[in-house]
Ligand binder design. Structure first.
Ligand code: 3PG
Ligand code: MG
Length: 399
């Protein structure tokens, strides 16, 4: 690969130089308190930031958080992230209350060597996500003015053709940070020649989000285990009734076609936990998939499914998992996700956990992160990588 790395940049000597770092600090916040509920993405960029601080660079970090609509919106402020980042770095992070305005300019200008600044949410500016090259370019010019070099360590955002990801590297000497390198190294093992059997577990709510990756993976994998909300559209495609479970009606034919072409590689649940309502305290029972009552909805996979999926996982030499098996945030519907996660950790396999929700599930369920081969910080990004798509943020580093 023709990508320059952080080590190449460090070798040039960075003392006194301003380095603009694109990070993905898009962490989940508690809706009531605004507290950070999972700081995994902040911890994941510490190796890159620590190396830059140690090298005496003036480190200017930028990120998005959530999906504000191109204007400031206090609920999406990065301010709590600046606090947490400072705690983890063991040094204060100078927070700019705008992204490229007066506060950002003076914050960057006042940085001493080895200090870190964080700019306010990139998506408070319409130019960040604009489809218009000129509008994106104008915003990229403003961002690029804050750095003498650019480091992309925002793996979770490399699939976005956004100003900070795609246009800034065209304007500054650019390298990949430690996290981006590690992620690409791991995922390229899966697209290269994975050790077999290669078993993929997919969950989450929507088939439509996963369709492209299923298409791309079918020829490559030995087994594809499907759970989560999306399994009901597949069950419907098999002619089963799914009650009031999540169902993408317009995807039923597509799922039927996938099952026909899958040559038995796709494994679906044989039992599910059905409830009266989408609520933590809803009355619930485990039923066979051919006995889902018309007034109830499935919120988790059942124990027989966990046993069957676990048996397939125990044979695997390579595992990729994206998407929870059920509504793991509610303890009554967490057993499926927990069971599959535990089966993955027990397998004698190289395992990769892809994505926001599954990574958060691993931590929320108190599982040992180190018993997985790699926990990716990118949900959409890791899926698009496995689809074989060109990722704008990676392509921009290659030039
Ligand atoms: C993510 O959480 O998937 C990444 O931070 C990218 O965010 P986005 O899907 O809003 O672009
Ligand atoms: Mg996303």
């Amino acid at each position: 690969m023709s990508i320059r790395t952080l080590d190449d940049l460090l070798a040039e000597g960075l003392s006194g130089r301003r380095v603009l770092v694109r990070a993905d600090l898009n962490v989940p916040l508690d809706k009531q308190t605004g507290d950070i509920t999972d700081d995994g993405r902040i911890r994941a960029v510490l190796p890159t930031l620590g190396a830059l601080v140690e090298a005496g660079a003036k480190v200017v970090v930028c990120s998005h958080l959530g999906r504000p609509k191109g204007a400031p919106d206090p609920q999406f402020s990065l301010s709590p992230v600046a606090g947490r980042l400072g705690e983890l770095l063991g040094a204060p992070v100078h927070f700019a209350t705008d992204t490229v305005g007066e506060s950002a300019r003076s914050t960057v200008a006042d940085l001493a060597d080895g200090q870190v600044a964080l700019l306010e949410n990139l998506r408070f500016n319409a130019g960040e996500t604009s489809k218009d090259e000129a509008e994106r370019g104008a915003f990229a010019d403003q961002l690029a003015a804050f750095g003498d070099a650019y480091v992309d360590d925002a793996f979770g955002a490399v699939h976005r053709k956004h100003a900070s990801v795609f246009d800034v590297p065209a304007r500054l000497p650019h390298v990949a940070g430690r996290l981006v390198l590690r992620e690409v190294e791991v995922l390229s093992k899966l697209t290269g020649a994975p050790e077999r059997p290669y078993v993929v577990v997919l969950g989450g709510s929507k088939v439509s989000d996963k369709l492209a990756v299923i298409e791309a993976l079918l020829p490559t994998v030995d087994r594809l285990l499907i759970g989560g909300g999306m399994c009901f559209t597949f069950l419907k495609a098999q002619g089963l009734e799914v009650g009031t479970s999540l169902l993408e009606k317009d995807m039923v034919d597509t799922c039927r076609n996938l099952l026909e072409r899958a040559d038995g590689k796709i494994l679906l649940p044989v039992d599910v936990v059905v409830a009266d309502a989408f609520a933590p305290d809803a009355a619930h029972d485990t039923v066979r998939v051919d006995g889902i009552p018309s007034h109830r909805l499935g919120l988790d996979v059942g124990p027989e499914t966990v046993a069957g999926f676990s048996a397939a996982l125990s044979q695997a030499k390579t595992i990729f998992w994206n998407g929870p098996m059920g509504v793991f945030e509610m303890p009554a519907f967490a057993a499926g996700t927990r069971g599959i996660a535990e089966a993955i950790t027990k397998a004698d396999a190289f395992s990769v956990v892809g994505g926001g929700d599954s990574a958060a599930a691993v931590r929320a369920l108190g599982l040992d992160e180190s018993s997985f081969g790699h926990i990716s910080t990118g949900g959409g990004a890791s899926l698009e990588y496995l689809e074989g798509k060109t990722l704008p943020g990676i392509a921009a580093l290659e030039n």
